[in-house]
Design a protein around this ligand. Sequence first.
Ligand code: ATP
Length: 255
Amino acid sequence: MKIEARHMSWGVPGRTIVREVDLVVHPGETVGLIGPNGSGKSSLLRCLAGLRPPTGGEVRYDGTDIAGWPARTRARHVAFVEQTADTESDLTVGEVVMLGRTAHGSPWRGPNATDRAIAAAALDRLDLTTLADRPWKQLSGGERQRTHLARALAQRTWGLLLDEPTNHLDVRHQLELLELVAATRQTVVVALHDLALAARYCDRLVLLQHGAVVADGPAERVLTPARLREVFEVDADVGRDDAGRLAVAYRGPAR
Ligand SMILES: Nc1ncnc2c1ncn2[C@@H]1O[C@H](COP(=O)(O)OP(=O)(O)OP(=O)(O)O)[C@@H](O)[C@H]1O
């Protein structure tokens, strides 16, 4: 599925937060959304998910403007894992993952055998099978984050939008999650703070500054020392490690 923003803006009264973004994410592509705190990554993802109607321009799925689409229709196209998740629910991990099937079933019946099999596979993929019966609110931050990704996978959509999915994860789970994301045939937009991981696992990087796209392309073109200084306000060396992967070494905050 192709996900597109066309001259898309979003804001609150008196303030434009996402500015005339033009973005095309091709079917199967993994695009990394990077930018400093407050640059508009979460806001843009919420617009792409259809949770915030743009104040200008359009969001399109496979060329169709999604304005006015019911939530259930959107949920059959795109799964969204937000940065902050509710902690008050009494559901078990398995039940949270089963929520991913809601958009596919009839509201008058519970999950069927197919739903159960899909949810079990998603739990297994995120290494959560042994936690399936645990109350979700008792989990650690990283376990909760993996549960939300499992819920999103159980949704079986062609689009996947992820807002900093690695921020609570230990190193092994970060790498496993990003390998999974990079390997999926889904169209993915993932906001990431770790620039080296973004460079390694994404096909392309889109850099936001003050709500506008200031660079869009392969990591080696986007992550230049000059741009890291200008946008992230850090002095950094960008090179290649022994395996040929892009490496970013920070010297410190720009002075
Ligand atoms: N509903 C809102 N009302 C007012 N301001 C908002 C609203 N949502 C976001 N903002 C502001 O818009 C800016 C962009 O926020 P957003 O969360 O999109 O940034 P971000 O790039 O995801 O940041 P971070 O890296 O810190 O998660 C911030 O200054 C934020 O305070």
